[in-house]
Design a protein around this ligand. Structure first.
Ligand code: GRF
Length: 196
């Protein structure tokens, strides 16, 4: 059974879908802990599913490196086989990436390498793109630049707002993420050698 720790910053709607999937007996992975860089709303989903949570408040630390060191300490308590960033709105320090990648993956609401960074949905709209997408990648030291594990196109519709487009992207992200986790758990996707 693959053990997974999930890190969030926001509403955790993608986390919730993962928790629901992991509840079914035929899913080969289980979430062992949910962490956040703030008192994120999404922690309530973990509590509802009786999953342990931890918060490492970013603003309590003088540097990103100190915050990352504490986050790493918390993750080591749970020793997850896989760490999933699902709406964590922080860049991990290189030491943390080095400690966990390539068993450290992230979901992003764009068709990488298009529109990386914190505002992928907004940037696709601003660029007038006719389509964008969702991607699951291995985290590296860049901003959404790691090896792509799964991605799928999502149309941009006339009249789309950032909200309506993001709401259309998230279900695709969730499906891709659950499929990637399933493939890692079954060994079909070997993360020990990230694809270049
Ligand atoms: C997701 O689209 C994720 O890819 C992005 O932020 C969103 C998080 O949404 N980084 P939620 O917190 O899971 O609702």
């Amino acid at each position: 059974m693959l053990t997974v720790a999930v890190l969030i910053s926001g509403t955790g709607s993608n986390l919730r879908v993962l928790l629901e999937a992991a509840r079914s007996t035929d899913f080969p992975a289980r979430v062992v802990a949910v962490g956040a860089d703030r008192e994120a709303e999404g922690l309530a989903h973990a509590e509802e599913f009786a999953i342990p949570t931890f918060v490492v408040p970013y603003e309590r630390f003088d540097t990103r490196e100190q915050w990352g060191a504490e986050l790493d300490e918390q993750l080591r308590v749970w020793q997850p086989d896989l760490v999933v960033l699902s709406g964590l709105m922080r860049l991990l320090p290189p030491d943390v990436v080095a400690a966990w990648a390539p068993r450290l993956i992230n979901t992003h609401p764009a068709y990488l390498p298009e529109f990386p960074g914190a505002h992928g949905v907004r940037d696709a709209l601003a660029a007038g793109a006719s389509e964008t997408g969702a991607s699951v990648i291995v985290v590296d030291d860049g901003v959404d630049t790691g090896p792509i594990l799964a991605q799928e196109r999502v149309a941009v519709l006339p009249g789309d707002t950032e909200h309506t487009l993001h709401d259309r992207i998230k279900p695709v992200e969730r499906r891709l993420l659950i499929d990637v986790i399933r493939r890692v758990a079954t060994g079909e996707l070997d993360l020990s050698f990230p694809r270049t």
